[in-house]
Design a protein around this ligand. Structure first.
Ligand SMILES: *Cc1c(COP(=O)(O)O)cnc(C)c1O
Ligand code: SF4
Length: 434
């Protein structure tokens, strides 16, 4: 084990203007530095000393995938919007004037894709249950209030509105007795998925206050607890050298001992995130608790848009004992134009990677879109009755009966998201739109 790396154990977030204090700031070309200043006014920007020192290859700026992953890029704003803010900054405009421009731009960026605010929050005894979403029968998402930030922010994050301090964009909750009552009342719920932000920014006490109520005997029907997290990629010290790392590990053991499956849904975007000794040690410690680690990430232009990125991610992940799970399509929000990839290309990248790995890595499914009606898999293309079509199916759906039934959309080489697809064969709607 390389002790030099393990010594970097104090978590130092680098937010907004603080980035100028890092020694690598000077390595960023002047125009890219200006882009960081401008774009970080619209999108949340946060990185940390591990990402900066261990993951980014500073000889490869700005193309380096991990630099693209956490540093704001000029292309994330359209030309007009970028210039509008840049000109205000250059002219030394008032803060209020800049803020107004920033708010206008943000509201144009579809901050709530797939009806998240209005459609997935359950109504319980007449009032909405804050902080949870229940879209698919078996699985409830829980957004712990103290897990609504991340160790670093992904430039492509679809939850970006949560991080910009506007309360109306946030979901959050304590594991309240009301939520526990709701979970008790619906015995069809099998999984609770803690998500965020990143629940693993919480210390062991915060985590325990969310997890322990789920271990109650009255919640026998809960079989699986999942924790969605990017902490393994952004802050693996969480499980190894942080003061409460051992308590976190013991808490995981306790969940496993309760007879439940604990699944760490690890967001890994690029094989570079698996190269350090500390991440390997963190993976080893988590797996020793009996928890399983599954890997998932969206496919993103500039970051992981080559088949070999995924091949290496999955094969290295399997070698370290993890299970490849989902490859997602980038959602239709935020800086989508900079990050998006046509569905046809996404399918090619997926297939090329999938066929180059052994069966143990073919547990992965994708590319999948988390759209309003459900998770839609792009299975491929076909020619049926003389028409070229996309073959699609639901991996998850609001109505479970929709799952697994192939359906067809007109082939469109430029479509990047579900909303751009039209039913094939001259039909005016998809089967689930009735
Ligand atoms: C993806 C997702 C889930 C989990 O789906 P699985 O296929 O079981 O992994 C649950 N709820 C929502 C809203 C989701 O987007
Ligand atoms: S880890 Fe997830 S929630 Fe956090 S910034 Fe990245 S994509 Fe967003």
């Amino acid at each position: 084990m390389n002790n030099e790396q393990f010594r970097l154990k104090k978590y130092k977030p680098i937010i907004g203007g603080k980035v100028r204090e890092i020694s690598q700031w000077e390595k960023i070309p002047a125009d890219a530095r200006e882009a960081v200043n401008v774009v970080s006014l619209v999108f949340p920007f946060r990185t940390n000393n591990y990402v900066v020192r261990e993951l980014i290859d500073w000889e490869n700026i700005p193309e380096d995938p991990i630099y693209q992953l956490t540093f704001p890029q000029r292309g994330m704003l359209g030309e007009d919007n970028f210039n509008a803010i840049r000109d205000l900054l250059r002219a030394g405009a008032d803060k209020s004037e800049v803020d107004e421009c920033v708010s206008r731009i943000r509201s144009e960026l579809n901050p709530h894709p797939a009806g998240q605010l209005s459609h997935n929050v359950p109504i319980y005894h007449g009032t909405p249950l804050e902080g949870i979403q229940h879209k698919y029968r078996e699985t409830v998402l829980f957004f712990p209030s103290r897990g609504q930030t991340c160790h670093a922010y992904c430039s492509y994050c679809f939850r970006w509105p949560q991080f910009i301090g506007k309360t109306q964009y946030k979901f959050k909750a304590k594991m309240s007795s009301r939520i526990v009552r709701y979970l008790k009342s619906d015995t069809g719920i099998r999984d609770v998925l803690m998500t965020g932000g990143d629940p693993m920014v919480m210390n062991s006490r915060g985590l325990s206050s969310c997890l322990e109520p789920l271990l109650d005997e009255s919640l026998e029907h809960l079989r699986t607890i999942r924790i969605g997290t990017k902490s393994l990629a952004y802050w693996p010290y969480k499980y190894v050298t942080e003061p409460d790392a051992d308590e976190v590990i013991r808490l995981f053991e306790k969940v496993v001992k309760s007879g439940r499956h604990l699944a760490i849904m690890a967001h890994f975007s690029h094989p570079a995130e698996l190269k350090t000794d500390i991440v390997k040690e963190a993976i080893r410690r988590i797996r020793n608790t009996g928890a399983e680690i599954r890997m998932q990430a969206p496919l993103i232009r500039h970051i992981n848009d080559k088949a070999e990125n995924w091949r290496d991610l999955w094969t290295e992940g399997v070698r370290l004992g993890m299970v490849p799970y989902y490859m997602f399509i980038e959602r239709d929000t935020g800086a989508r134009e900079y990050f998006e990839i046509p569905l046809i290309r996404a399918h090619q990248i997926f297939t090329e990677a999938y066929k180059s790995v052994s069966g143990l890595a073919r547990t992965v499914r994708g590319p999948s879109m988390s759209a309003f009606p459900g998770k839609v898999l792009v299975s491929g293309t076909a020619e049926i009755a003389g028409e070229k079509v996309f073959v699609l199916q639901f991996l998850q759906a609001r109505d479970p009966d929709w799952v697994g039934r192939p359906f067809f959309a007109r082939f469109d080489p430029s479509a990047c998201w579900f909303d751009a697809l039209r039913p094939a064969f001259g039909e005016d709607k998809f089967f689930f739109e009735d």
